[in-house]
Design a binder for this molecule. Structure first.
Ligand SMILES: [Zn+2]
Length: 829
């Protein structure tokens, strides 16, 4: 029997058949899926390549200001692109660009295999054509369906355009970070070079070819030192400087590695030699100082808005998403402020530093106090590139630390006067004693070296007396003062590190004008702090409201505190260190600030309608001889405020209920007592409930030697009864009101043997009991860092003249009193 050979499938064959079957089914399924995937694909339309979606910025009235993003785009012909740039891109992005038909199946297959293995789209396999399709048609979604659509559109594009056309469109369209779209804008932005005229070096070409893969990450190293914002500041300040530095280093290395990888790739594909690679890899990254971009109006305001938008929505959305952004910008005030800072007459003699930046620099920021709407932001004297250092709003990196600038005396209302009035019930007529005192090893001085003795807080504020601010801060306590300051948006204080020097603006982390304008805004706004902001509404391109900003506000102090501070700061502008900011019959409150040798000078001031901060100083702090906050910053403030308010009717500051007037003794701050002379009485404002109830007991009648005015001894021929101020401590004779204080020493002129001739020498000439202010001398002395302010009582200022007059009056008065009393005694005898 012939055995029919049963044809059996061998195992190998079986597997083959099953596989074939599965491939067939899989293929059909794939086809089905493919059909589905491309069913809602955007139609191929070469015009789509031209469509761009910049973000539009509007001013406070909804008027168009500028577009950001796609505006910064200038097309260039492929023939004008340097060969080295083209080679760098081809090597990095698509080595076989000129060979494939839009899809590089070799890398596609590899990527597909790995992606399937990884369960999703992980590895890029995009050719230049595919990237262009993605840029032009599709949102950056990463799905298999999207990939399939891309493939179809890519093949269509390859049919429609030549390779050179595609490459040219690609180079003109990709995003390079910093708002730069296209290779020409990128070369201008990073290197200040025009590809039509300038050559690019190998390292520059490699840098540019590396960026588009992750533009925000690779351009971050240019900004990482400047992006700390508001509330986190204190947190960051505490020991996080190092972290920031490390982050900066990491950001730089990330970009450096990327560029050097491009160079490696160029060597591997044989475009450059190892020698060339080595040389280029040793070059540093562009440092941003040559960065340039297309000019746009109100650049620092637009930059600030851009910064805020990028923080919230990311660069892609801001530069490509077609947002509509309604801001608080007042073009009129912005233009006035820009003109004031561009005017060399508003600055001391200026120089250009090694980075090509004019110095000293300045910043001005103006805000509406009731709403917190920022009306003008000018972050420098000139604007060179997009999102450069904005001195009005940004902290900057200095000696490896992230800091603002020292506020000098402009901080006094915030950490000394404000808290003392709010928490300790003090007021403008409260008395402090300006005499030499030490706090541990800290012995603060006044800028003129003099001491004024018993003076009112108003007088102390008006002439920016340092000792007064220290005493107030000390009496309130640093913790309370920091709390008060935080309440009005000053978050950079460091209680441990700054200590009492904080009262004079010795703030290690510094402040920026934006913070100061917010803080002073609370004084102008009857004690309610409103967080400064610049954006009112953000809409998406189809008009959907993405964000509508609500005013962030809180009561930071009593309305009476704000009013008393305001009234005291009006004296500063009327007759103190800030007279250059006087606006005639329009009420202005303000404060100057000047740190050691004029390294930082400030004027922060306000009317009921507008609050503004002006800062001036070198980017790298440097002495500015004879510069004071009361000079250039006050002048600039006045120029801006007077023009901004030219058409606004004069309005007074709102006086809240609970403000009363009373007359008190100007040496004790108590109610006038039986011995208070009429010229030691002062009438001023009080918060209800803080008018003293005690009667002055420091003015006392005392017998003194008629000749020396000291305590009489048995041999003094004449004694007189004098009205003196008696306190439980004594002050040295260089304190201005020494002559009216109760004597502590006994007369040494009169002895059992008559007049002592050596003592006579000492008593002969009545010294003016205060050192003559002498800026030269002050400069020669060693100063505690940030502990002295030099803007008060300058020779030639109204404050100084008044001060000098006061001394003369006191001397004359003392002589008159002495004479009158002697006469009385003679008559009595
Ligand atoms: Zn005597």
């Amino acid at each position: 029997m012939s055995k029919r050979k049963i044809r059996r499938l061998r195992p190998g064959r079986l597997i083959l058949v099953i596989t074939a079957f599965l491939v067939l089914v899989g293929g059909l399924a794939s086809l089905g899926y493919f059909a589905y995937a491309i069913s809602d694909m955007p139609a191929f339309n070469p015009k789509a390549l031209e469509v761009s979606h910049p973000t539009t910025i509007y001013d406070k009235d909804g008027n168009f200001v500028t577009r950001i993003g796609a505006e910064n785009r200038e097309s260039i012909k492929l023939s004008e692109v340097p060969t080295v740039v083209k080679e760098a891109f081809l090597a990095t992005e698509d080595e076989r660009f000129y060979e494939h038909h839009g899809i590089n199946f070799r890398s596609f297959g590899r990527a597909l295999y790995r992606n399937v293995a990884a369960g999703g789209i992980r590895e890029g396999f995009s050719t230049i054509t595919m990237q262009l399709v993605k840029l032009s048609y599709l949102t950056p979604e990463q799905t298999l369906k999207r990939k399939m659509q891309e493939i179809v559109l890519t093949l269509q594009m390859e049919r429609h355009f030549t390779k050179d056309e595609i490459f040219e469109m690609y180079l003109n369209r990709i995003y390079f970070g910093e708002g730069a779209y296209g290779i020409q804008a990128a070369a201008q932005t990073y290197f200040g070079k025009d590809l039509k005229k300038d050559e690019l070096t190998l390292d520059e070409a490699a840098f540019l070819a590396g960026i588009p893969q992750a533009p925000s990450a690779y351009s971050r190293y240019l900004h990482s030192a400047e992006s700390i914002d508001g509330e986190d500041e204190q947190q960051k300040a505490k020991g996080e400087q190092q972290k920031i530095e490390q982050q900066n280093q990491k950001d730089y290395e990330l970009t450096l590695n990327r560029r050097n990888n491009v160079l490696l790739r160029m060597r591997d594909v044989g475009i450059i030699t190892e020698e060339q690679r080595k040389e280029a890899a040793a070059k540093p990254l562009p440092d941003g100082t040559k960065m340039q971009s297309a000019k746009y109006p109100y650049p620092y305001f637009v930059d600030y808005v851009t910064e805020k938008l990028v923080q919230k929505y990311g660069e892609d959305m801001v530069y490509k998403g077609g947002l509509k952004v309604y801001t608080t910008l007042d073009p009129k005030i912005q233009k006035i402020a820009e003109a004031a800072l561009a005017n060399p007459n508003n600055f001391p003699k200026s120089t250009v530093d090694s980075n090509g930046i004019i110095q000293p620099q300045a910043a001005a920021i103006f805000m509406e106090p009731g709403t917190g709407y920022l009306r003008a932001i000018v972050g420098g004297r000139e604007h060179k590139f997009q999102r450069e250092l904005n001195r009005a709003t940004q902290y900057q990196s200095y000696m490896g630390r992230k800091i603002g600038r020292q506020p000098g005396s402009a901080i006094k209302p915030i950490v000394a006067y404000g808290p003392a009035i709010e928490y300790n019930g003090l007021g403008p007529a409260s008395i402090i004693d300006d005499y030499p005192q030490s706090y541990g090893s800290y012995s603060p001085r006044n800028s003129d070296g003099g001491f004024r003795g018993l003076i009112t807080l108003r007088a102390a504020m008006t002439s920016s007396v340092n000792i007064a601010a220290i005493q107030l801060l000390n009496s309130v306590g640093i913790e309370q003062a920091v709390k008060f300051a935080q309440g009005i948006g000053i978050t950079t204080l460091d209680a441990d590190r700054d200590g009492l020097a904080m009262a004079l603006g010795g703030i290690s982390n510094g402040v920026v004008p934006l913070d100061m304008v917010g803080a002073y805004g609370a004084f102008a706004n009857q004690g309610i702090y409103v967080k400064p902001h610049a954006i009112i509404k953000v809409e998406s391109s189809d008009g959907t409201i993405l964000d509508e900003f609500q005013i962030e506000q809180r009561r930071a102090m009593k309305a009476t505190t704000a009013y008393l501070i305001t009234d005291m700061m009006r004296s500063v502008v009327q007759s103190g260190t800030g007279t250059r900011a006087n606006l005639g019959n329009r009420p202005v409150a303000g404060k100057t600030g000047t740190t050691d040798d004029g390294k930082d000078t400030w004027f922060v001031g306000y009317t009921p309608e507008l609050v503004g901060a002006v800062w001036m100083g070198h980017d790298t702090p440097k002495a500015m001889p004879h510069s004071y906050g009361g000079i250039y910053p006050a002048m600039i403030w006045k120029e801006i405020a007077s023009k901004a308010l030219a058409d606004v009717p004069v309005r007074q500051f709102t006086r809240p209920s609970g403000i009363v007037t009373a007359t008190v003794d100007s040496k004790s701050g108590l109610l006038p007592g039986p011995n208070t002379p009429s010229d030691h009485m002062v009438t001023d404002l009080f918060a209800e409930g803080t008018v003293p109830t005690e009667v002055d007991n420091t003015h006392q009648l005392m017998d003194v030697c008629a000749i020396t005015g000291e305590l009489p001894n048995d041999y003094c021929p004449e004694r007189i009864t004098k009205s003196v101020v008696k306190l439980p401590y004594s002050v040295p004779s260089n304190v201005a009101d020494f002559a009216i204080r109760a004597p502590q020493k006994t007369c040494t002129l009169h002895t059992p043997d008559g007049i002592d001739p050596t003592a006579a020498e000492k008593y002969k000439i009545p010294d003016i009991p205060v050192n003559q202010p002498d800026p030269q001398e002050n400069n020669g002395e060693e100063k505690n860092a940030n502990s002295n302010n030099s803007d008060s009582w300058l020779p030639g200022t109204t404050g100084y003249q008044r001060f000098e007059q006061e001394i003369k009056n006191n001397t004359r008065k003392a002589a008159r009193v002495k004479e009158a009393l002697q006469e009385k005694i003679r008559a009595y005898n």
